[in-house]
Structures are given as structure tokens and as C-alpha cells.
Design a protein around this ligand. Sequence first.
Ligand code: HEC
Ligand code: HEC
Length: 240
Amino acid sequence: MLYLPVTETPDQLSRWLKLGAAALLFQVLFPAPVVAMGPPASLDEELTQALDLEPDLENGKALFEMCASCHGPDAQGSRDGVYPQLAGQHRSVIIKQISDFRLGNRANPDMLPFTETDVFGGSQGISDVASYLASLPMTPEPGVGPEDTFARGEKVYEDNCSVCHDDGAEGFDDFFFPKIQGQHYGYTLRELKKMKEGERKNVYHGMLRRIQKLSMEDLEAVANYVSRLPPTGGEDELSE
Ligand code: HEC
Ligand code: HEC
């Protein structure tokens, strides 16, 4: 808490990162749920192990077949946002979300059965699927929001979100901060509403504090803004 004002702007955040202050930052950003430098305390042993295992992408691809009926053959989700795009998401984020469904921090009856240990055959399988998903190109045509709220969304994003999700909304794999660029508008907006209303419980308090102050119009605008940001981390960048 003491150091938080120092890291409130993206510039300062990246300077801290460059200075190698990652360890300190990690503690500052995750005071409660994370013990010092380790992964989030909510991760069970199996998931913590998965973080460190050498992935087998071929096995990840084979395991993903059971996810494809909902998340799509290329893991790009559905444009209406019912199913999120998983392609290009950070490996750490995918692993943490599996944990959050298991623990009931996120409630979704469709998704829950696919987070059970048996489904993956243990931590190696989880590591494999997470890395496979992270390696996939994102869709060039995500579902987006209304064009006229883009400028408002950009301002909301810069004032409230870029400090943690980065300028291009790419997030940070090392900190379990999700990539939210090019994600389907409908999904992002739904999750923001769920977080604001306390229905999705795995939210870092620094984010919650900000979205609680924002109006529904601001949330719609910012969800639109990030949906229109081109993928920067994958192989398949958005063309003009
Ligand atoms: C029956 C449909 C269905 C299947 C099959 C399914 N999912 Fe999901 N998944 C969902 C839905 C719906 C959501 C969004 C839940 C929400 O809104 O909270 C989701 C969300 C997720 C998320 C969170 C994404 C994020 O950005 O936070 C991950 C990770 C995920 N699924 C991975 C998988 C994996 C891996 C498999 C296969 C082992 C799988 N899913 C199979 C329906 C499904
Ligand atoms: C203090 C850091 C911080 C700030 C500020 C912040 N976030 Fe987040 N955000 C996070 C973290 C950490 C998560 C992952 C939570 C979890 O583990 O589920 C997250 C998750 C999300 C998700 C869910 C992604 C998914 O795939 O399910 C969305 C959407 C999101 N943030 C959007 C925003 C927006 C929009 C803003 C600005 C209004 C914002 N965040 C501000 C840290 C932050």
C-alpha cells in the first residue's frame, strides 16, 4: 500500500520493471492473495507444479479437442462473447483461471467440469494445454462494441487500466495479469459487470476499486476500446 502511488502510472510501472523492481512490485500489487514472490496462494499443488513444467504442445493440442466445442477449433471463442477467446492468452492466466473455477471464485456450470484433474490427467496436461493456447494466433475479427464510444473508452483505459494491463492491453505473464486486447466485447463487458457486482470473486482489489467508481457507460466504452486493440503478442497480427 505504501508504495502504490509510485506505480500508479504506466511510465513508472515500466520503469520499475526495467529497473528490475519486479519482486517489490509483485508484493505491492498482490499484498493479500500472494505470498511474497510465489504464485497466487489460491493455486493448489497441481496447478503450481503445472506452472513450472516443460510443456508438450502436441499433447496440449490433443487435449484441447475437448474444449473446442465451446471455445472453437482455433480457441478463438465466439464473436458474441458467450465463449471467450483463449488463443494468445498468457499461460499463467489460463492456469490461474482453471484454479479459480475449481475454487468457485468464478461460477460457470458449462466450464466447471472441464477444470477437473481427470480431464487433463494431472499437472503435465494442464501445462500442455495452457502453453498450446498461449501459442495460438488470435482472431483478426473479434466481436467489438459500438464505434462511437472508442475515444471515451481510450480515456477510461489510460486513466484506470493501463497501469496493470499495459498500454496495448497485453497484460503481463509474470504477474498473472490477463491479456485483454482483441478479446470479444461481449465477454469482456460481462466479466466487468460480474466483477463490479461481486459475482466474479478473483478480482485484484486495485482493479475492483477502479471499476466500482466507473459507470456502466464507462465500462461499455472501455470494453469496446480493448476489443478493438490489435493483438501484439501473437504470430498473427491484425492487418489494417
Ligand atoms: C461446455 C462449454 C465449455 C467447454 C467444453 C470448455 N469451456 Fe472454457 N469456458 C466456457 C465458458 C462459458 C467460459 C466463460 C465463463 C465465464 O463467463 O465466467 C469459459 C472460460 C474459460 C477460461 C477463462 C478465460 C479467461 O479469459 O479468463 C479458460 C482458461 C477456459 N475456459 C479454458 C478451457 C479449457 C482448457 C477447456 C478444455 C479442457 C475448456 N475451457 C472447455 C465454456 C466451456
Ligand atoms: C491493479 C491492477 C489492475 C487494474 C488497475 C486493472 N486490472 Fe483488470 N485485472 C487485473 C488482474 C490481476 C486480473 C486477473 C484477475 C484474475 O486472476 O482473474 C484482471 C482481470 C481483468 C479482466 C478479466 C479478463 C479475462 O480474461 O477474464 C478484465 C476484462 C479486466 N481485468 C479489465 C480491466 C479494465 C477494463 C480495467 C480498467 C477499468 C482494469 N482491468 C484494471 C489487474 C488489474
